[in-house]
Write a protein that binds this ligand. Structure first.
Ligand SMILES: Cc1cc2nc3c(=O)[nH]c(=O)nc-3n(C[C@H](O)[C@H](O)[C@H](O)COP(=O)(O)O)c2cc1C
Length: 172
């Protein structure tokens, strides 16, 4: 376990991984972290998750999202609009889950990457097709979280992203 502040401050986008499997217990913890995220309506969150380890599937997705090809595991986040109460804000719901997952990955000594999928419909449809989603009207591929033990030179480490000029008090 890592201190919370350290997790927040050292999380980096890790794009290359060691050739080493991620333990199923860690994957489960990351899924649990995703589902602990705030959602637009308690009990009517749209998120569903597809865990992908099959090398051929990863390679196919990698033709669209290159960083997926060599990851030991990828989790496709899918918004199921039928589950959602507030059906227009699924991208916010899914983003909250995605970030929670990336933070839990750091906590577990892993590296993770947010591979963007939505909102480009062509990309969503192509990736959906690979995993058995033939229609993206109600099942929307949102992002792919790739996970693994960071390759050399890709460690989670602090980078100062603070910028005081972004902060406004009371009025813009
Ligand atoms: C919506 C979104 C989509 C992203 N898509 C990709 C992607 O497709 N490929 C990639 O390498 N990084 C992707 N990233 C990661 C960003 O490039 C990364 O967060 C940014 O460069 C800052 O680096 P850091 O995560 O190490 O702080 C995405 C991040 C977000 C929030």
């Amino acid at each position: 376990m890592v201190e919370f502040e350290e997790i927040i401050n050292t999380r980096r986008s890790i794009r290359e991984y060691q050739d080493k499997d991620v333990e199923d217990e860690k994957i489960l913890k990351i899924l649990k972290a995703g589902m602990q995220a705030p959602g637009s309506r308690l009990g009517a969150e749209p998120w569903e998750f597809i865990i992908i380890k099959n090398k051929e599937t990863l390679a196919k997705i990698g033709e669209i999202k290159p960083r997926v090809a060599n990851a030991p595991v990828a989790i496709l986040l899918v918004a199921n609009i039928e589950r959602a109460f507030y059906k227009t804000v699924w991208q916010q719901d899914m983003g909250a889950a995605c970030e929670n997952m990336l933070l839990e990955a750091v906590n577990l000594g892993l590296g993770g990457l947010w591979n963007g999928v939505a909102p480009e419909e062509e990309r969503m449809a192509k990736i959906g097709e690979i995993v058995g989603i033939d229609d993206i009207t109600d099942l929307k591929p949102y992002s792919i979280v790739t996970l693994g033990y960071p390759a050399e030179g890709w460690e989670n480490k602090f980078m100062d992203k603070f910028d005081e000029s972004r902060i406004h008090y009371e009025k813009y």
